[in-house]
Ligand binder design. Structure first.
Ligand SMILES: C[S@@+](CC[C@H](N)C(=O)[O-])C[C@H]1O[C@@H](n2cnc3c(N)ncnc32)[C@H](O)[C@@H]1O
Length: 249
């Protein structure tokens, strides 16, 4: 699926470049060519069913390449940009989970839902906001977050330190697939549709029968949630709650 999307993007850019070439020579009129290419890429992407910010990326791609070439940036700038992108958002590539952050509303709803003394795991803790805000709103619960993208994790550690190192909050570096989920009562996931089936398998396998899985917005295919807490955001629409299949509630 991922490779199909990459191949489609390459094809759109290539075809738009060739079509623009029939109207303007890239070496003689680089900006005219790049703007025509951007227009064609946008049209082709729309025809191919591309929507949202990816459509914008298709339009901006060639003008930005041309701009970078004209600025004659040294090679290390590109290497640095690549490393920073990886350190910020490696999971967009490896897990198909980009970095975006829980709304205040969803954290407040989560805080209101937790039972007293719950041990909570935040899968992919990003900048640590869920962990730190939950820990502050609910001093009776303990919250552990785990993140394997370096920059968000460093940022979360900084926020943890600024918050006075709360004793009921923990921010670990690493992949949540490598962690033992057994010791948690609540697993919170705000990821993407892609890993949800695997998250469910892992939850069933590792967690105790009274444990709860809470997903911000993303469904598990074929699984009806036991409870839904509505959210008013355009992207974060609800908290979906599944109890363990061997549980008593
Ligand atoms: C949509 S963000 C949510 C961040 C935070 N939980 C929140 O709700 O604000 C998902 C996060 O999961 C992280 N992530 C994805 N796969 C991961 C993995 N296997 N191990 C650790 N973190 C992961 C991403 O880097 C990203 O920061």
């Amino acid at each position: 699926m991922r490779w199909r999307a990459i191949a489609r993007s390459l094809l759109i850019q290539l075809l738009a470049s060739v079509l623009a070439w029939t109207l303007a020579a890239p070496l003689a009129m680089p900006w005219r060519w790049a703007l025509l290419q951007a227009l064609m890429a946008g049209l082709l992407a729309r025809i191919a069913g591309v929507r949202g910010y990816v459509l914008g990326l298709h339009v901006l791609f060639m003008p930005l390449v041309l701009l970078a070439l004209q600025l004659q940036l040294p090679g290390w700038v590109y290497l640095l940009a690549l490393l920073l992108t990886f350190a910020l958002s490696r999971n967009a590539l490896t897990e198909q989970v980009p970095l975006y952050l829980s709304s205040q509303e969803s954290i407040a709803a989560l805080a209101g839902f937790l039972s007293p003394g719950a041990r909570v795991l935040d899968l992919g803790s990003g900048d640590g906001r869920v962990v730190l805000q939950l820990a502050a709103l609910r001093p009776d619960v303990s919250v552990c977050g785990i993140e394997n993208a370096l920059l968000p994790w460093l940022w979360s550690r900084w926020r943890y330190w600024r918050a006075g190192c709360p004793v009921n909050a923990r921010l670990q570096f690493g992949s949540f697939w490598q962690l033992d989920w057994q010791r948690f009562d609540v697993v919170h996931a705000f990821l993407s549709p892609v890993p949800m089936s695997r998250v469910w398998q892992r939850f069933r396998q590792d967690c105790h029968p009274e444990a709860i899985l809470i997903s911000n917005t993303f469904m598990i295919q074929g699984m009806v949630p036991q409870q839904r807490l509505p959210l008013s955001g355009p992207l974060q629409t609800e908290l979906l709650i599944w109890r363990h299949p061997h549980g008593t509630c």
